[in-house]
Design a binder for this molecule. Structure first.
Ligand SMILES: [Zn+2]
Length: 238
C-alpha cells in the first residue's frame, strides 16, 4: 500500500515499512522518486522531509537525464570503453579466426570475424569482461575470507540493472554485477567485502555498518563513487 506526496509537479510514492529511518530514492531511468518511512511516520512529516531534500532530488533527476543522453556502446573503432576505472580506445580487427580481446595500457583490441554485428561484438566483450572478473574476484574472496571469518560457497557474475552486488545469506552465495569490471579495483573490492559481510549480517543494521567500518574504513567514499551510476539513495536518521 503506498501513498503519494505531491510537491509542485513532483510526485513521491511513500511506502511504510518496519524500518528506523526515512529513505529517499531517485530511480533510473526516468527519475521516479520513492520514500520509505517507518510505519508510524505521519505523512506531513514525510512531506516536510522531502521538501528539505528537494534540491538533492532535482540534482539526481538532472544526472539521470544526462546519463540517458549517453549513447550506448556500439563496439566500433576508436570508441571509449572503461576497464578497471580507466578509459581505453577500442580497436576492431576483422579476421576469420576465433574472436579474442586483448588489452594494453591505451587500447582494447578486439578481433572479430568479418561481418560480426553489434550483438555479436557486445557478447564477445561481455564474455571477456566475465573472464577478467573470474581472474580477479577469487583473489579478493580468498584475501577476505580469513579476515572476515566467512566462507563464500559460490559467487556468480551477471548483468544487473540497479545493483552492484547481492547476497544469498542462506546459501552463502554472492552475486556481482559484470559492469564492475569498468570500475577501479578498490571499488570492486568494496562491493565484494560488502556482500561478504552480508553473509554475517544480512541487513544494513548498525552491526553491519560497524563491521563494514572496522574492515573497510573508506566504504562511504567507495559507495558514493560507485553510486554516481546508478543513483544512490539517501538516508535520513530520525
Ligand atoms: Zn548491502
Amino acid at each position: 500500500m503506498s501513498e503519494i506526496i505531491h510537491i509542485g509537479d513532483l510526485s513521491i510514492a511513500v511506502t511504510r515499512k518496519d524500518i528506523k529511518n526515512v529513505h529517499l530514492s531517485v530511480h533510473p531511468p526516468e527519475g521516479r522518486v520513492t520514500l520509505s518511512a517507518p510505519t508510524e511516520t505521519r505523512l506531513e512529516v514525510a512531506r516536510a522531509y522531502a521538501i528539505t531534500r528537494l534540491s538533492w532530488i532535482r540534482d539526481q533527476q538532472e544526472k539521470l537525464r544526462n546519463q540517458a543522453r549517453e549513447t550506448p556502446r556500439e563496439f566500433i573503432e576508436r570508441e571509449s570503453h572503461y576497464l578497471w576505472g580507466r578509459r581505453r580506445l577500442l580497436t576492431v580487427i576483422e579476421r576469420d579466426t576465433k574472436p579474442c580481446v586483448t588489452v594494453d595500457h591505451k587500447r582494447i583490441t578486439m578481433s572479430v570475424r568479418p561481418g560480426s554485428n553489434h550483438a555479436k561484438r557486445a557478447s564477445i566483450i561481455h564474455e571477456w569482461h566475465k573472464s577478467l572478473l573470474h581472474e580477479f574476484i577469487p583473489t579478493l574472496i580468498s584475501k577476505w575470507e580469513p579476515k572476515l571469518g566467512v566462507l563464500v560457497a559460490a559467487y556468480f557474475l551477471q548483468r544487473m540493472k540497479t545493483k552492484w552486488g547481492s547476497c544469498n545469506h542462506k546459501a552463502g552465495h554472492i552475486r556481482l554485477n559484470t559492469e564492475l569490471v569498468k570500475k577501479p579495483k578498490d571499488l570492486i573490492e568494496y562491493v565484494v567485502v560488502h556482500e561478504m559481510l552480508h553473509l554475517i549480517e544480512p541487513t544494513h543494521s548498525d552491526r553491519f555498518i560497524s563491521l563494514l567500518t572496522e574492515n573497510f574504513p573508506t566504504w562511504r567514499e567507495a559507495r558514493s563513487e560507485l553510486n554516481e551510476l546508478p543513483l544512490s539513495a539517501e538516508e535520513w536518521r530520525e
